[in-house]
Design a protein around this ligand. Structure first.
Ligand code: IMP
Length: 433
């Protein structure tokens, strides 16, 4: 039995897609537990670049099953578009993709409300992906959301539910933003999606629990990252779900006792998209350079990502929150031409060391990071065939991170392709496969 959680240890975009794609070889199912099509998981192989937003990356491995759990918010239009683009690339999802009947739906008006709300916030906007994620989770929490099981009901029943909800949302939208809700043709459009998605709908919690108890191996794929978690991240500059490892249990309907390991993914540095505090953010010139080398532009929105040094304070927090027992370091090759590398080892606030991650952004914005400077390796790691051939300074950098965090490094990645991924022998991560 194995159920391993893959969690972003930073602000998302750590390269989870690539890691999941690699690890999926050794698992039977890959299940996505939170978020929606705000995520963009990139996998490159055979010269093709796939960006998956909703469907777990395991789908790219023949014979593997992919599950979208109840904790995910699903825009049927985005899901159908993703299924179509996979079909175009010759990847058939039939009999391999399972969509939770309890997942909440995103409607176009969720996007409309989000865009209006962001505009109303002015300079303090969150910088969301404008996919309607937050408003859909708001409806879920306020117990007025519609779920996949509602869409699967008979047409008249769904029509009635949606019309009732749309009238309520229209009144809120007019009062709050002075805009009517765009709902024309909505019911018919969603009823068409219902027919396309019906063959994939399942009780995915029952399916997963059954599979695990039969000895199948499940990889539980998170979206976004620890610092974007609604409860534990840099609130309010966060996403609207639990992206931390606990979300795998609630989002998939699995007991915490089924989890056998948690792998945290971090880049060799840090990036963030959208607003909010970022203690180790680099000055513009340096950030620009790293952004170009690391191609740090959003996979979903194309937005330039903010860039900074690795933050061990944040990673220690992520390890504690998620129970990370193996760390994967991605994009090590982006530092190939970096003369000196800095790592933040502590925060000071008003001159004193901070023992805990501050809960409020006002404090986090004012912390002074303490850095250790390490030498770069000034050699290419991008074409390595064997991790034993890593330059000594690169090995020292990894050892420094592992020692500073008190956790093993189980895998590294030195390029965007599938082949540039190395499992480190003798690690816990290797033993889970
Ligand atoms: P939302 O999830 O679209 O509501 O956006 C909330 C915040 O999370 C914004 O700062 C987004 O940029 C960020 N965010 C959401 N999804 C991702 C992701 O997959 N990678 C990185 N940042 C993300």
């Amino acid at each position: 039995m194995a159920a391993v959680v893959i969690v972003g240890a930073q602000w998302g975009d750590e390269g989870k897609g690539k890691v999941v794609d690699y690890l999926a070889q050794s698992f039977d199912l890959v299940a996505r537990y939170s978020g929606g099509h705000n995520a963009g998981h990139t996998v490159i192989f055979n010269g093709h670049r796939f960006i998956l937003q909703l469907i777990p990356c395991g789908i790219l491995r023949p014979g593997k099953q992919a599950v979208i759990g109840a904790g995910v918010v699903v825009d049927p239009a985005a899901l159908v578009a993703e299924m179509n683009s996979l079909a175009k690339a010759g990847i058939d999802v039939t009999g391999r993709l399972f969509l939770s009947n309890r997942a909440h739906l995103i409607f176009p008006y969720h996007r409309q409300v989000e865009v209006a709300a962001e505009a109303a916030r002015g300079a303090s906007k969150i910088g969301t992906t404008s996919r309607g994620i937050g408003p859909s989770y708001e409806d879920k929490m306020s117990r007025r959301g519609l779920r996949v099981c509602d869409l699967m009901m008979d047409a008249a029943c769904f029509r009635e539910k949606l019309q009732h909800l749309a009238a309520e949302k229209d009144a809120i939208c007019r009062a709050a933003f002075g805009q009517p809700l765009e709902v024309a043709g909505l019911v018919d459009q969603y009823l068409k999606f219902a027919e396309r998605l019906r063959p994939f709908v399942a009780d995915t919690s029952a399916l997963l629990n059954r599979a695990i108890s039969q000895g199948k191996r499940a990889l539980l794929e998170g979206a976004q990252g620890t610092m974007l978690d609604i409860d534990h991240g840099t609130y309010p500059f966060v996403t609207s779900s639990n992206s931390t490892a606990g979300g795998a249990c609630t989002g998939l309907g699995l007991s915490p006792l089924s989890i056998t390991g948690v792998a945290g993914i971090t880049k060799a540095y840090t990036t963030r998209v959208g607003g909010g505090p970022f203690p180790t953010e680099m000055p513009d010139l340096e950030a620009n350079d790293l952004r170009q080398r690391g191609k740090e532009f959003g996979a979903v929105t194309g937005r330039p990502r903010r860039c900074g040094w690795l933050d061990a304070v944040m990673l220690r927090y992520a390890i504690q929150l998620n129970g990370i027992n193996s760390l994967v370091v991605t994009k090590l090759d982006v530092f190939d031409a970096q003369r000196e590398i800095q790592v933040c080892t502590g925060y000071r606030y008003k001159g004193s060391p901070l023992a805990e991650m501050p809960p409020d952004i006002e404090t986090l914005e004012k912390v002074t990071p303490e850095y250790r400077t390490l030498p770069g390796w000034m050699a290419s790691t991008s074409s390595l065939k064997d991790p034993a051939a890593l330059p000594a300074a690169a090995r020292d950098y990894l050892k420094f991170i592992s020692d500073a965090l008190g956790v093993e490094i189980g895998m590294i990645s030195t390029g965007p392709e599938r082949e540039a991924t190395f499992l480190l022998p003798g690690t816990k991560l290797a033993s889970w496969l």
